[in-house]
Design a protein around this ligand. Sequence first.
Ligand SMILES: C[S@@+](CC[C@H](N)C(=O)[O-])C[C@H]1O[C@@H](n2cnc3c(N)ncnc32)[C@H](O)[C@@H]1O
Length: 346
Amino acid sequence: MIFDQIIDEIRRDGPIGFDRFMEIALYAPDGGYFTTGSLRSDRGGDFLTSPEVSPLFGDTIARFVAAEQGRIGEPFSVIEVGGGSGSLLRPLLDGLDPAPPALVIERSAAARASLGSTVPEAEVIAELSRMRGVIVANELLDNMPAVLVVKRSDQWMERHVSVADSGLELVDAEPRTEVVEWADRYAGPVPEGGQVEVQLQATDWIRGALAQLDAGALLLFDYGDLAENLVSRRAEGTVRTYRSHHLGPDPLAEPGATDITMDVNFSAAVAEAENSGAKVEFMRQVDFLEQWGLQDHVGALRHEELAAARDGRTMERLMLRSRITDAETLMHPRGLGDFRVLVCRR
Ligand SMILES: C[S@@+](CC[C@H](N)C(=O)[O-])C[C@H]1O[C@@H](n2cnc3c(N)ncnc32)[C@H](O)[C@@H]1O
């Protein structure tokens, strides 16, 4: 169905930008990967995120939120954008006493249904408005529609989606002015023939979110890196799909049936946040979680585990071991711990 919608649009208007393709494939009201179907980010879905691995992710963020509340005072609220199942917001709110007013923005109907039962106290809203407090998002930016460009003879060309004999293909097209400006500013070193994801929508979103934040913090977790560290990925670009917790087919192969994602260009994200007047910290997830006490928490769990083992409380010991293992997964230096965190304060 989505495939037909894309083909009809290309036949009518000509090849479409990759951002338009992603918008339809992920978010079309009738058949988009996130807008229809089941919840995508849990154990039964296509990928597993930090809050789905362990409630200690949200619990650790609660300490960051409490510190922000101490810093800026009232009024204070928490907004999660792209809240998924509610697995971040639930332990976050449980970790605050009293919990501040909570709001959530989510494009997926399946996720909104889950949020309704997991965090019934959180108000679902359509868009950000003026606020003081913390805006948090995990794995949001990597799913935002992006434009693809390729470097040819030191010039940028856009890669548009066109109809081939069998299915869809990428073809060169003249680039839009704002796309060239973004690529010149943020792509970093790119070899001839190298591909860059121009994440205009993500950087616009960061600017928009900070414009609404009168005081407090925007806290973003995602995979990706500074542009200079993405050079080795440029030959192929970083766009990919996930299915059943593994890399999936080519992004053009089954629109609507797979996630489409990419590494976040954090050089662009940091610069846009700084240009918006925010004070920015950029770090690895493991360092953020350690800074906000997760390692200490794991230490305390290990003591409890030892005591349970000593007293022969086997079930309890096994449950503690499982919580410890999940927390360690969040901090694994070659796994989730290597994700990046952007803290933007005002
Ligand atoms: C990769 S999932 C992550 C879900 C959750 N944050 C987690 O970590 O488990 C991305 C989520 O962001 C939502 N989303 C994407 N763009 C959005 C936007 N502009 N506003 C609100 N939600 C969005 C999608 O519907 C999807 O549920």
